[in-house]
Design a protein around this ligand. Sequence first.
Ligand SMILES: C[C@H](O)[C@H](O)[C@@H](O)C(=O)CO
Ligand SMILES: [Mn+2]
Length: 417
Amino acid sequence: MTRYESAKEIYAKLGVDTDAAIARCKEIPVSLHCWQGDDVTGFDHDGPLTGGIQTTGNYPGKARTPEELLADMDKAMSLMPGKKKINVHACYAIFEDGEFVDRDKLEPKHFQKWVDFAKERGMGLDFNPTFFSHPMVKDGLTLSSPDEEVRNFWIEHGKACIRISQYFAEQTGVPCVMNIWTGDGFKDIPADRMGPRVRYKESIDAILSEPFDTNLVKPCVESKVFGIGVEAYTVGSAEFSLSYAAMNKDKCLPLMDNGHYHPTEVVSDKIPALLTFFPEIALHVTRPIRWDSDHVVLFDDETKEIAKEIVRCENGIDRTYIALDYFDASINRISAWVTGFRSFQKALLDALCQPSEMLKELQDTNQMSKKMVVMEQCKTLPIGDVWEEYCRQCGVEAEGWFDEIQKYEDEVLSKRA
Ligand SMILES: C[C@H](O)[C@H](O)[C@@H](O)C(=O)CO
Ligand SMILES: [Mn+2]
């Protein structure tokens, strides 16, 4: 008997069909963020990363060109099991032959290489307007700026991104999630908290007035509690963003990033709350340490709970758009990509292997002692053996893949200046 066959029997005693769990896990798309590969730099500017987020570390070998980034992504994806989408930020536009257009004038053709890359690999694309690292961020503000010229520039950027998202979806045949996040806010206590929020609302309204097919483009608003340099107040707070999405349910989704809340709040508990009201939601899965530090996602308790809620909620898998969002510049960036993606895959597989129906029945019949005992028993079930079988079926190694990363570092990354 193989280890997987033995594990399958153990899970079956709890009513869990591990073959079905493996088959389901293979079909859940998880969006891989391009920005882990170059510390959120992009290709449309030379300046530093600014606007409320920060990468730390200076590990050698960062991708410097589109060719390097796409090659690194390919290497990373070759080591990941499961279904992928690719998440692109607008600052990753790829211009031909010295051409440059500013963000308010971007067109689908500036992302054709991303479209070709995704199509060749049978993947969908997600998209993000880039409201940071740009001179038109004035006094830390974009869509909520009191300066009409600034607001209009960013509104035009948002509209351009809607058109690009529509193109992505049409080209790939997969809906494109377009996430609006700005770092707009203030370092110190504002005198007017409402004005910026009213302007932010009106600016998002203007962006979403651009025509698009709601079956193809899924605009989202991502909230945040605070950012670097905007510690006192962020315009797109949780209440603002959730209210915006709720009032515009026909064309906008709420996006929760689990690094964007007070440290004792958990996104796992917010998922069922939002799925009670919204037909669809979106997630950025990250790992905050004390703050929105964007550490690499691990197979830790909250990651497992997030996956469990996606799996347990009614049609939660089909109603939740999952994306990763972290950036660690202190370690091998490809290893960071792979570790985070594999950790979330493992969490999804673990969630699919839980005896969720039985546990729910125990809760509904108030058998709380037994529920606790079974939940504890589940923690030591042989998920590692199911994971190994999942990886085997997906054509990747369960363990030992770091050797490939080391080889790539020695042969490719270490040659980069
Ligand atoms: C690069 C992303 O847009 C960014 O990480 C955003 O989603 C965020 O989470 C900012 O803290
Ligand atoms: Mn995020």
